[in-house]
Design a protein around this ligand. Structure first.
Ligand code: ZN
Length: 301
């Protein structure tokens, strides 16, 4: 039996898990994100205790980390958290700190790439070589899986910062992205919705006009993502997407916007098998980290 360590390193908590896959989970723990000198030793302790208690040795470790992170394998700072607004975590060499405790193979990637790999291995992207996983919550970010692997390129794609068609007469809200103002994230993240309408997304009823506007922006984004990446499926997750009916509205906007241009039945229909919800739920991040670990343990797969 091969056991892997998975760490979903988030801005508020580190979700740690020892597992093989979603069906075989040995131990789990949630550790608050304090400072690196408090949190990292706690994380290491969880895995050391897990190994002792269950009489196992971890085969590999996966880390799906909040960013920005250094993903350049040729850079000595590979696996570091870089210019995060969380000041105490700036330039934290997370991967080398973990390596000093566990000298095993590591998979290290962004949180969204981790979730995308997990959905591909066990969830809504199962069996697909090319798909997108996008999360719409406090921010908007996504992982692009191409030929079965997450795209890194120069750094990694930033699916949340697309420029949008923004009709200021219909929607005078200026957007809240500190870099671009009214980019997708600036207009359509959960905090943008709350700021624009002066009401929390949880308190917006299903017929609140916020949802049509949200679908308009996300539908435009889906249009752009389809044309840029030619995915076989788009998985939309995150807190905002939990609103019943939103997924259907987005499909409709994307279908109308594409106007039959791309010659594929899947895209002409933009149907419920093309734009879908994630399947791994609240464990998407930590299971994604397990998926990264299993790939690191068998890199040729
Ligand atoms: Zn932006």
């Amino acid at each position: 039996m091969k056991w892997f360590g998975g760490i979903e390193a988030g801005g508020t908590k580190f979700n740690c898990i020892i597992a093989q896959d979603p069906e075989h989970i040995l131990a789990e723990s949630t550790i608050p994100t304090e400072t690196p000198s408090i949190t990292v030793p706690e994380v290491i302790r969880f895995f050391k205790e897990g190994e002792t208690k269950h009489g196992i040795s971890l085969e590999a470790m996966g880390v799906a980390c909040f960013g920005p992170v250094n993903l350049d394998q040729n850079d000595p700072h590979f696996g570091s958290i870089t210019s995060t607004p969380k000041v105490q975590w700036q330039n934290t060499p997370l991967l080398s700190q973990l390596r000093s405790a566990f000298d095993i193979p590591y998979g290290f990637d962004t949180d969204v790439n981790g979730a995308a790999v997990g959905e591909g291995q066990w969830g809504a992207g199962l069996g697909l070589s090319d798909f997108l996983y996008v999360t719409i919550g406090t921010g908007i970010g996504g992982g692009v899986i191409c030929n079965g692997k997450p795209v890194h390129g120069l750094i990694h794609p930033e699916l949340g910062h697309l420029l949008m068609k923004h009709d200021l007469t219909k929607d005078p809200y200026p957007g809240r992205c500190p870099f671009h103002g009214d980019c997708l994230e600036g207009l359509a993240s959960g905090p943008a919705m709350t700021e624009r309408w002066g009401i929390s997304t949880h308190d917006m009823t299903a017929d609140h006009p916020a949802w049509d506007l949200e679908a308009l922006y996300l539908g435009q984004a889906v249009h752009n993502w389809i044309l840029s990446y030619s995915p076989k499926r788009i998985i939309l997750g995150g807190g905002v997407m939990k609103k019943p009916g939103l997924l259907e509205k987005i499909r409709l906007v994307a279908r109308e916007s594409l106007n039959g241009y791309v010659d594929s039945r899947l895209i002409k229909e933009v149907n419920d098998s093309f734009i879908v919800a994630p399947q791994l739920g609240d464990r998407a991040g930590s299971l994604g980290a397990i998926a990264l670990a299993s790939l690191a343990a068998a890199p040729s797969r």
